[in-house]
Design a protein around this ligand. Structure first.
Ligand code: PBG
Length: 343
């Protein structure tokens, strides 16, 4: 390093597509990607989500098609969100054995099984969001006390019941995203007691209160007025993100997640360095919308920006990446590399 006679030339390893490919430290692969999907009760046609161009609220029929497409593309997982026709104060449709999310899980499992039978290759893992905000009439992630704050322990009990309903419907991974204290332990205990010790928990461990969830609120017809700052984390804090991940690991989380990905790459790196279970990151709706909007205006190269944003999440330490571009990225990755851009 200190030999004054040598000029170090890192550009040597950037000189050709051949050498750049050889020395790339990180690569994207469809199997590392998880596609979030929305299924809505009582609609006859898919409904486009205007703030997320290219994404829709699925009917039960088109959900099956989307999961089959993900399976054929070799995508690692699908994360399902349900939008019920009826909402109430306790989010009871989220727990109902025949609620829309449970129906979606069954449809997804069937679609995966069908493609696996025809292709002989593993399909996506079926995961479900284990949270009440899509199901409550006030839009919060839990039930409220008479004073109007979210009641941690009463909510955790509902999450445990919800996780069991999802497992009974066929979810292979349940994903508590409500940031209630003790939610992972309570869900683990309930799953085990119900005979579902093989169902894994993907904990949304470090989940920040974020403006970047804005388009998601449209995607799930959210009723929320106000914010989630008494349960989701403050963007000012990174130690707290590591602590939350440690608590979830102690409670038996099988995977831990950081979210939103793009604004928490430091926390993602920190969690990846200390976690001995796989680490996931969620590239959220607002991250998607920003690139789509800029690209639609011709202000940014869409494909370049998408791939760079996802690769940065991988580089920061994510083993598993949730992204609304999962299908499209898989298509791009399936195309043979070109020798373009030689110099
Ligand atoms: C909670 C949940 C949210 C997202 C995933 N799970 C919304 C929230 O916490 O407000 C956001 C995902 C996104 O923005 O893409 N059910």
């Amino acid at each position: 390093m200190s030999n004054p006679g040598i000029v170090h030339r890192p550009r040597r390893l950037r000189a050709t597509p051949r050498v750049r490919r050889l020395v790339a430290e990180h690569r994207l692969h469809p199997a590392d990607l998880v596609l979030p999907l929305f299924v809505k009760e009582g609609i006859g046609e898919p409904v486009p989500i205007s703030s997320m161009p290219g994404q829709v609220q699925h009917t039960e029929a088109t959900l099956g098609d989307a999961v089959a497409a993900a399976a054929r593309a070799g995508i690692g997982g699908v994360m399902l969100f349900g939008i019920p026709a009826e909402r109430d104060a306790t989010g009871s449709q989220g727990l109902a054995p025949d609620g829309i999310l449970q129906r979606g899980i069954r449809i997804a499992r069937e679609a995966v099984a069908a493609v696996e039978a025809e292709s002989g290759r593993p399909g996506p893992v079926v995961m479900a969001d284990t949270c009440l905000d899509e199901f409550t009439d006030h839009g919060h992630c839990g039930v409220l006390t008479p004073e109007g704050t979210v009641d941690n322990d009463a909510t955790v009990e509902l999450y445990a019941t919800m996780a069991v309903a999802q497992a009974e419907a066929g979810a292979e991974v349940v994903s508590p995203s409500g940031m209630m204290d003790g939610q992972v332990a309570a869900i683990r205990e309930a799953l085990d007691a119900a005979g579902h010790s093989d169902v894994a928990i993907l904990a949304y461990s470090a989940k920040y209160a974020s403006a970047f969830y804005g388009p998601f609120r449209e995607a799930v017809d959210s009723a929320l007025s106000g914010d989630r700052r008494t349960y989701q984390m403050d963007a000012a804090n990174s130690r707290e993100g590591l602590r939350e991940a440690d608590l979830d690991l102690d409670q038996g989380a099988d995977l831990v997640m950081v979210k939103p990905a793009g604004t928490s790459l430091d926390v993602l790196r920190g969690v990846a360095d200390r976690s001995d279970v796989p680490v996931a990151a969620y590239q959220v709706s607002g991250e998607y919308a920003m690139i789509e909007a800029a690209a639609a205006n011709g202000w940014i190269d869409r494909r370049g920006a998408v791939l760079e944003s996802v690769l940065a999440i991988k580089r920061a330490g994510a083993d598993v990446i949730l992204t609304y571009w999962a299908l499209e990225i898989s298509d791009w990755l399936a195309q043979p590399a070109t020798t373009e851009g030689r110099r």
